[in-house]
Design a protein around this ligand. Structure first.
Ligand code: GDP
Length: 301
């Protein structure tokens, strides 16, 4: 189970209610399904895509019973996720030819960025890897302090120059330290000030550039953290960040508090970015490597 709350509000149970007393998938059932998907934060574009695909199947087979609809919906959602999540990740593995593996983490304040970094550090450590963290979100004192706290909690070094210092200098020192100590993974926290897109873009570009002084192809991963409980806001943030920099992977947090896992489906589909991690609680163990099959299953429980 991918930790999603089993709820009477999930896609599957709503669908079951919608088809009570109906034997055939008709326009009315599809309208209801459309509404269910939109309410679950799948997003309009992806919802329309799913409905079209089901309509095509209805048209081809002339008849679809409502009893089969959940199986078909599940297949369509799985197929959508598969398009962008091509790799099935195993637990916190890192590519062997990239050492240290450099992860730059982006996202707006409050989405769970620092927590996700702490959880990642913990999980990589548990998997026997050495980790260095860089506190390059120097815009907020709390961000620096919190990262230091996480470093203490999970026992990994944190490179910090304090608040209002140059983020690129922090990134430089972090990667330098990681190379010196032959670390396996570097995770750099960055500031997520979306209201100044050009600044954000410049800052991220500069951070990348200094890291490349040590490692040509760094960062190996640009991880965007989104709060899964914020629905349309998560879509908007994904839009802004994908405009500012190349996002290679997503971490979607706070899926424990919501039955609206649909955001995972819509965002991966609309932005063509794989979902790599999901946050399912506040504890350091509450981060899971995204598993397509388990995730889809959890929507239909
Ligand atoms: P940041 O500002 O993006 O760095 O956000 P924080 O890491 O400080 O997290 C903001 C709040 O969200 C904190 O109270 C976290 O404990 C909480 N949080 C983070 N991830 C999750 C999650 O997956 N589930 C739940 N329930 N809470 C989370």
């Amino acid at each position: 189970d991918q930790g999603l709350q089993k709820s009477s509000e999930n896609i599957f149970s709503k669908l079951s209610k919608a088809v009570i007393g109906k034997s055939k998938v008709d326009e009315d059932v599809l309208d209801q399904l459309e509404e269910i998907l939109i309410t679950a934060d799948v997003g309009v574009d992806t919802t329309i895509k799913v409905i079209r695909r089901i309509e095509e199947r209805v048209a081809k087979d002339k008849y679809l019973s409502t009893g089969e609809l959940d199986v078909i919906l599940k297949e369509e959602i799985a197929a959508l996720l598969e398009e962008n999540n091509t790799e099935d990740l195993s637990n916190f593995d890192l590519p062997k030819d990239k050492k240290p593996y450099v992860i730059m983490v982006v996202g707006v304040n409050g989405v769970g960025k620092t927590t996700t970094i702490g959880k990642l550090a913990h999980q990589f450590k548990q998997a026997g890897k050495s980790v260095v963290l860089g506190a390059a979100d120097t815009f907020r004192a709390a961000a620096v302090d919190q990262l230091i706290l996480w470093g203490e909690r999970v026992d990994v070094p944190v490179i910090s120059h304090g608040m209002n210092t140059d983020p690129a200098a922090v990134a430089f020192d972090t990667v330098k330290k990681a190379v010196e100590m032959n670390a396996d993974v570097v995770i750099i926290d960055t500031a997520g000030r979306l209201h100044t897109k050009v600044n954000l873009m410049n800052e991220l570009t500069k951070i990348k550039r200094v890291m490349q002084k040590f490692i040509d192809d760094a960062p190996h991963e640009v991880l965007l953290v989104l709060d899964g409980s914020t629905g349309q806001n998560a879509f908007l943030q994904a839009k802004e960040f994908t405009r500012a920099t190349d996002i290679t992977a997503l971490a979607i947090t706070k899926l424990d508090g919501t039955a609206k896992g649909g955001v995972v489906i819509g965002i991966s589909d609309q932005f063509k970015i794989p979902v790599k991690y999901i946050g399912v609680g506040e504890k350091m163990t509450d981060l899971q490597v995204f598993n397509r099959k388990e995730f889809v299953d959890s929507l239909f429980k």
